[in-house]
Write a new protein. Structure first.
Lengths: 253, 376
């Protein structure tokens, strides 16, 4: 099977600091890849190179077999790579539906096509549909995001990506700051996405979450990828040893 | 499965901690208090002016005076409402209005001798006023959006620049020499009432006492302002442009990531603020039959007060145009009512100040209650 995303020899430097050092990694359709590592291991930088926030100094990124070079996050998103950020990137003063359609509002003609107005009904209906496919229910879709819980907001962000036909999703610490019940719900949503064939790159500090949902785990340490393991063939003790630098496959090789 | 509501930081406040019923009542009240306050003001002034001064408050003349009075404050407040909802502020509106007033009058005076006719001179003069008001707005927007300098500072600077330009063009004086058409546009009206008769569009040919008792209902500036208010309500509530304005105020970062062109939108917002202020300036020239550099300066803070009383959050993201209209009406009613009660006019400032602070307190109280509800 062809990988959906293929990163080859990616390098990103900040001045003298090599934040991402010749990293290769692939993501296949229908899998969840865990990206783990200690703070400053280069996970977020790597992800930002893929999602167009940063531009790599060297290396290639192939998406759906074609070489890509995103100079803006919007370009990555248009290609189908959606990133769900830690801070969620939602407008707290807008309602669920308005957030799902933010920046891509649907309009309908008004006064015989003289002007266009927002088609609120259509957007509400579509929002409800996509939330249903993720098995998420809200008491009201016209509730402001600020009035929702952290998990509900996370769900809205994921639903938005789903609705806009994400081909792949990157989630940066999606279970941070969530209650136990909500963490479980987010994990369920990730499984849901995987079952629908949308691969997910999951960045997380929470190893139990990573083991609960991933097929493969990539470990980074000081900008390098130190190992890549099938989740079924490893355990958290081993992964932690890689994370702290006690084990290193590249050194052994 | 429904997501469980997760406890957030609990708000700590005495009155927010009452029973759910009381809290819900306070919540509803906090949303409609401005309407109630407006109606209450009218009732109170109607009674007190009758009792203490033996005059009627709710007269055609009074209502029309109030409408004429709020036009500039309201027009300033419209652009300001959009700007503040998007998380900014425009402090340049006062002197830009003066500049627009002076420019329109100067252009009219300059064009009259060229023989293009009174109508065209006025038209070009007004157009010049509107366009010159949009230039500082545009520059404000570019500096705020592209150079990331806080709007407070940029528009404060622009306020001084516009002040200088307004004085330079006018030589520090009121620009006079307007043709009759200017004053007519600023003061004549759709409907006239005189001695029980109603006239449309055509002023009855009366003089002396009859002229003084002539009531002008919906003068042209009021009509123009009403149309602009209607457009502003529509744009903010119904269109993508309005939605993006709220989104940017909610989170510029999120809006930008969602593909909204935040920079471009910001530039348009400040330019539009310039346009509505320019309109206020042009209408000032028409109403007072001359271009005054200081036309707008005393109105800046009133316009911001109107926006705040109307419930627009200074942190951005919340508010609407109707609120601003009510805010402007409340200020004008207070002023007129206190004057009619023969209260020293200086008291009006104190009362408006108290209302502004109360308005923000009520908004914060609402936020506290919502925070409490979330926490439970």
């Amino acid at each position: 099977m062809e990988p959906l995303l293929s990163v080859k020899g990616l390098v990103k430097k900040f001045g003298g600091l090599v934040a991402v050092n010749h990293v290769d990694f692939d993501v296949y359709p229908g899998e969840v890849v865990g990206l783990v590592g200690d703070n400053a291991a280069g996970k977020s930088t790597l992800i930002k190179c893929i999602s167009g926030v940063y531009q790599a100094e060297a290396g290639e990124i192939y998406f759906e077999g074609k070489p890509v070079r995103f100079s803006l996050p919007i370009e990555a998103r248009d290609a189908g790579i959606e990133t769900i950020y830690q801070d969620l990137a939602l407008a707290g003063n807008l309602n669920v539906s308005a957030n799902i359609f933010m920046g891509r509002e649907v309009e309908k003609p008004y006064l015989g096509g003289l002007v266009k107005v927002l088609d609120e009904k259509f957007m509400l209906r579509e929002s409800e549909k996509v939330l249903n496919t993720l098995d998420i229910r809200f008491p009201s879709l016209i509730e402001e995001i600020d009035k929702l819980s952290g998990g509900q907001r996370q769900a809205v962000a994921i639903a938005r990506a789903m609705y806009w036909q994400a081909r792949m999703m990157i989630m940066d610490e999606p279970t941070n700051n969530l209650g136990v019940v909500e963490q479980r719900k987010v994990i369920e949503i990730i499984q849901h996405l995987r079952d629908q064939g949308i691969p997910v790159i999951l960045i997380s500090h929470t190893l139990p979450d990573v083991f609960a949902v991933t097929n493969r785990i990539v470990v980074m340490h000081r900008g390098r990828k130190v190992t890549e393991k099938l989740t079924a063939e490893t355990n958290s003790q081993e992964i932690v040893q890689y994370m702290v630098g006690a084990l290193d496959d590249t050194r052994a090789a | 499965m429904t997501l469980e509501s997760h406890a957030e930081t609990a708000a700590k406040s005495g009155f927010a901690g009452r029973s759910p019923g009381v809290r819900r009542a306070i919540l509803v009240l906090s949303r409609v208090w401005a309407w109630i306050f407006l109606v209450a003001l009218i009732l109170i002034f109607t009674m007190t002016t009758k009792i203490y001064q033996q005059v009627d408050f709710l007269t055609v003349r009074n209502s029309q005076n109030i409408l004429v009075e709020i036009v500039p404050v309201l027009l300033m407040g419209l652009g300001q409402t959009f700007v503040i909802i998007a998380g900014g502020i425009d402090l340049s509106v006062g002197w830009v209005m003066g500049m627009a007033s002076v420019v329109s009058a100067t252009v009219i005076v300059a064009l009259l001798p060229t023989g293009i006719g009174e109508g065209l001179s006025i038209l070009f003069g007004f157009a010049a006023g509107l366009i010159t008001a949009m230039i500082p707005g545009f520059i404000n927007g570019v500096i705020i959006a592209k150079l990331k300098i806080p709007s407070f500072i940029v528009t404060l600077g622009m306020s001084f620049i516009a002040r200088g330009i307004a004085y330079l063009i006018s030589g520090g004086n009121v620009v006079i020499g307007m043709p009759l058409g200017v004053r007519n546009f600023g003061n004549e009206s759709l409907i006239y009432l005189q001695g029980g008769n109603v006239y449309f569009l055509q002023r009855p040919d009366v003089t002396g006492i009859a002229l003084r008792s002539l009531d002008r209902v919906f003068t042209y500036p009021v009509v123009v302002a009403a149309i602009v208010v209607g457009i502003a309500i529509f744009v903010l509530r119904k269109t993508r442009f309005g939605r993006h304005t709220y989104a940017i105020g909610g989170s510029a970062e999120a809006a930008s990531r969602a593909g909204i062109r935040v920079d471009r939108h910001t530039i348009i917002l400040y330019t539009l603020s310039g346009l509505t202020v320019g309109l206020a300036g042009v209408l000032h020239t028409a109403r007072f039959n001359g271009g005054s550099p200081i036309a707008g300066d005393p109105l800046l803070l009133s316009s911001i007060a109107a926006v705040i009383i109307g419930g627009v959050s200074m942190f951005g993201g919340h508010g609407n145009i109707v609120g601003t209209v009510i805010g402007a009406l409340i200020i004008a009613l207070l002023t007129t009512g206190l004057v009619m009660l023969n209260v020293q006019p200086f008291w009006q400032y104190i009362v408006v100040g108290v209302v502004v602070i109360l308005a923000v307190l009520i908004d914060q109280g609402r936020d506290l209650i919502i925070g409490r509800m979330k926490a439970e």
